[in-house]
Design a protein around this ligand. Structure first.
Ligand SMILES: [Mn+2]
Length: 336
């Protein structure tokens, strides 16, 4: 497959009803349909290298719901993103064919087990075509079937960089082991992720803080509490992640509640005293060149976000993650 810049220009360019060529990233950011990052809406996996996918599902929340509305509002705010990362110089839309794949659809919406299966099937189809997924939730329970699908295709447990205020490794809640506080426990139990190559950053909250924390540490996960993050700083924490993971295939999962509620009030389970937006951006940029096989942004809940700042910051983090995916060795290997 060709990766020339002119091919990518053709990919992004559309025509209006008068036949006039339109380049979405050169048009006014408030015009047209709000797809993720103003990318084309694509249904054919053969047409894309990176697919951005919405998962409008919050059936796994233990507290305040609303994350099912996340994908649409992140799409809206993501139209504010530019075609270049002015800090790193990365121009994602000149490096890959990036498309909005729409949303995961559900066959039996109120059946939690079936919803998990629907998400897994969707991401299995994406991973089998070696398309890099960038997912937008939805509550954090959906990360479990995503990781399951990716590890299945990868045929080995994946490494994880997990930024969150909670470990999400808790046991059953109200009789159910499927909830948004458990995706990394389910993944560890199933051998989908490698706990020794998993780092959890920003941890500070939870109804039963010790439960998840103990489980994570018993499994060998590297937990960086917010106090440790504060003491070490973003650069040292990123170095630690690199030392632990190396060039192993790695999945990046960002729960918006890892940010301080000043930056992300619109989320189901906010925890005060968190990561600043600037720390989050600098932390993510330190992961350049790592072997990412996918990433997600979870838990943006627009009904709890009257100013829209959570969705804006979520879209901004999504753009930083997209800039990591376009530089991932996985993408280069896919072309060879
Ligand atoms: Mn979480």
């Amino acid at each position: 497959m060709s990766n020339s810049v002119s091919t990518f220009k053709d990919f992004y360019q559309t025509t209006d009803i008068l036949g006039q060529a339109q380049t979405p990233h050169l048009n006014q950011r408030y015009s047209d349909i709000a797809t993720f990052m103003r990318t084309p809406l694509v249904r054919d996996l053969n047409q894309v290298d990176i697919g951005i996918i919405g998962i409008p599902f919050d059936g796994g929340v233990t507290c305040r719901s609303g994350a099912r509305h996340g994908p649409r509002e992140v799409r809206n705010q993501s139209t504010m993103m530019r075609a270049i990362n002015v800090v790193t110089g990365v121009k994602p839309f000149e490096m890959a064919r990036i498309g909005d794949l729409g949303d995961v659809h559900f066959n039996d919406l109120f059946n939690l087990d079936q919803a998990v299966e629907d998400i897994e099937s969707y991401f299995l189809a994406i991973a089998e075509q070696r398309v890099l997924p960038l997912a937008v939730g939805g509550d954090h329970s959906v990360t479990w079937p995503i990781m399951k699908a990716l590890a299945n295709v990868q045929q080995e447990p994946v490494a994880v960089i997990h930024i969150d205020s909670h470990t999400d490794t808790w046991g059953p809640y109200k009789g159910s082991k499927f909830h948004h506080g458990a995706p990394f426990r389910l993944a560890a139990e199933a051998g989908v992720i490698d706990p020794n190559k998993t780092i959890q950053i920003g941890i500070r909250g939870g109804q039963n803080f010790a439960d998840g924390l103990e489980y994570s540490r018993q499994q060998g996960m590297h937990v960086i509490t917010i106090e440790e993050f504060d003491d070490l700083g973003w650069r040292a924490v990123a170095e630690k992640a690199r030392a632990i993971i190396g060039d192993h295939p790695v999945y990046l999962s960002f729960d918006i509640d890892g940010l301080d509620p000043v930056y992300a009030p619109g989320t189901g389970t906010p925890e005060s005293g968190g990561i600043t937006m600037r720390e989050a951006q600098r932390l993510l940029r330190e992961f350049r060149g790592m072997n990412f096989i996918g990433a997600d942004l979870m838990e943006v809940a627009p009904p709890l976000d009257p100013s829209g700042v959570t969705a804006l910051n979520g879209a901004t983090l999504l753009f930083e993650m997209l800039c990591l995916l376009v530089e991932a060795p996985f993408l280069a290997s896919r072309r060879s």
